[in-house]
Write a protein that binds this ligand. Sequence first.
Ligand code: CXF
Ligand code: ZN
Length: 373
Amino acid sequence: MQKINAAVVREKGGAFTIECLSLDEPREDEVLVRIAGVGMCHTDLVVRDQYFPTPLPAVLGHEGAGIVERVGAKVTKVAPGDHVVLSFASCGKCTNCRGGRYGYCIELYGRNFSGGRPDGSSPCCDAHGARVSGCFFAQSSFGDFALAGEANVVKIPADVPVDIMGPLGCGIQTGAGAVINALRPGAGTSIAVFGAGSVGLAAVMAARVVGCATIIVVDLNDDRLALARDLGATHTVNGGRENPVEAIQAVTGGEGAQYSLECTGLPKVVRQAVDSLRLTGVCGVIGVAPLGTEIALDMNGILFGRTVRGIIEGDSVPDVFIPQLVELWRQGRFPFDRLIRRYPLEQIEDAAADSEAGRVLKAVLIPGRAAGR
Ligand code: CXF
Ligand code: ZN
């Protein structure tokens, strides 16, 4: 059993509070990871607010990265001392998983949001012995240690700063993969990205990597638009001052963009992202909205060959894609570290407030080390 210090959410919309908890030893297919840094993703806040009802109390956190501490008896993928990024969980057995489409695993919701293992147990309890959800995204990594499954740990090289690599496991691979793996725009094509948060900006960097000639970014915040230009946007549109659909049509000679990507989770923006497409264009939807949210689209707009598709986790095979992103980062072609600000784990409430207010693009929490551990 491992004593850990972790951020616990005890009630809907409540604060993250640091508690000392007990974490089980790894089962035969599990890996105990000493967390070096863990990103905060919008989905952590969505679950804190119970738009997705992971049972509380819970340790959230699903962009962990660190060093393997101990492994279960049957684990062969990693060994103690390896540097790893933790990603999302999938069953590995359903039709989509067998086809390499892990983001569309039939058990995706249960494996990532139920708070427990597939058998319903949780490895985590509080100082009174009461159950705490400890398998959020098969990691619950808002703490100094996390228990992951062998399947959702991804080994990365030891010579990159592991503390900032965690966001590759969710938000950054979601944006970059939506472009590189899902939409696959060819060199010279046009793409419009709606929302210049960390996911949208990862998409912008990826669009530059694959050689899109026209990269249009829409947001309400001029500072973010300036950063988007720095990272590869060729045109930016402040959606509060300009009509984005008209602006995108003007930039693309009246045709509309070949690709668009919706990264805000707002129905009104999905509509704009679809309406900005040229005939035969493809819109990727990756923003997260509360369960039951509906959108309205012009049916004849779709009839003329446009495609709208949802994309989970950037269509990634994390074991393949995360090392690719690490290499692009190492080459200076994918500078996602520019989005990151580090916070001590104890300041997780500040990190959440700054994220929600748009003061930080990607908060990464760094666990401290309590005396004696
Ligand atoms: C999530 C979005 C909701 C479905 C699972 C993956 N992305 C990460 O935060
Ligand atoms: Zn996420």
